[in-house]
Write a protein that binds this ligand. Structure first.
Ligand SMILES: [Mg+2]
Length: 277
């Protein structure tokens, strides 16, 4: 089953969809070619623009380090050393291969079992520029603290550190990795770092990686709150792209990882057509 799905998709990628025969093939193909996640997955896999958004974000983060080390921040923030707080998934670790696997399996919504299996096999790779950035910070003596939400049971922390090390990222150790299993509220862990360091940048693909106050259900309210803080973005809030998951999905569906139901697909279409509310 999975093989035939892959074959159909490959045929379309090869251009046969443009021919009459190809259109016929697509019309009779199984549902995977209509997967609601296809466009998002294709962008993840192919867009150089996506990769350069990562590079752009890490360049900004690097500039933050350079300017902090020039002493501008140090004088204003006493003797606390500069540090960076970073999210993990879709910030320094890419989940592209997870989404590719999920879409290839014909699934149209986040799947916990597939995610856990992929984490356990060290599926994540570094996002574009992440290795260079974390190694640069390390070379300058600027610590990076990873605060992230995942839950693979008691092994969560160990697995996350293994993923970070496997991807070649700096600061992949217990002193710098704080995995939250019970809550997605990162502020207490972030504040604990900020008590000892001058946090020069927060890195994340989700507004919740910056401030908890964005954790609201309404699409409009979420946008309004972020806009109030617009001055922070590209400065101390450094944002990475994620078009498949995050709390923007929660604002649409009421939960971050909605199950694949008829209502889910209808609402996704509604959102895409600008017909929410
Ligand atoms: Mg993330």
């Amino acid at each position: 089953m999975a093989l035939s799905r892959r074959a159909v998709v490959t045929g379309i990628a090869g251009g046969s969809v443009l021919s009459a025969a190809g259109r016929g093939q697509a019309a009779t193909a199984d549902a995977s070619v209509q997967n609601i996640l296809s466009a998002a997955g294709a962008w993840r896999q192919t867009a150089a623009e996506r990769d350069m958004l990562y590079r752009q974000a890490f360049n900004i983060a690097r500039d933050r380090i350079d300017s902090a080390l020039r002493g501008r921040g140090r004088q204003r923030h006493g003797h606390r050393p500069p540090a960076v707080i970073s999210d993990i998934d879709d910030t320094v670790l890419s989940s592209d291969t997870y989404w590719a696997r999920l879409i290839s399996a014909g699934k149209q919504a986040f799947d916990d079992e597939m995610w856990d299996a992929w984490v356990r096999e060290n599926g994540p790779t570094a996002t574009p520029g992440a290795v260079e950035f974390t190694r640069y910070a390390e070379s300058k003596g600027v610590e990076i603290f990873y605060v992230s939400s995942r839950d693979q049971g008691p092994e969560t922390q160990e697995l996350a550190i293994a993923n970070l090390r496997h991807a070649g990222l700096a600061y992949a150790d217990d002193a710098h990795v704080n995995m939250l299993r019970e809550s997605s509220d990162k502020e207490p862990a972030q504040q604990a770092v900020a008590a000892r360091h001058h946090v020069i940048a927060y890195l994340g693909d989700n507004l919740n990686d910056f401030r908890r106050r964005y954790y609201v259900d309404s699409v409009a309210r979420r946008k309004a709150l972020a806009t109030e803080d617009a001055e922070h973005f590209g400065r101390d809030f450094i944002l990475f792209p994620n078009n498949t998951d995050g709390h923007w999905m929660r604002a649409i569906f009421g939960e971050s990882e909605p199950a694949d139901t008829r209502a889910y697909r209808a609402r996704m279409l509604q959102a895409a057509e600008g017909r929410l509310n």
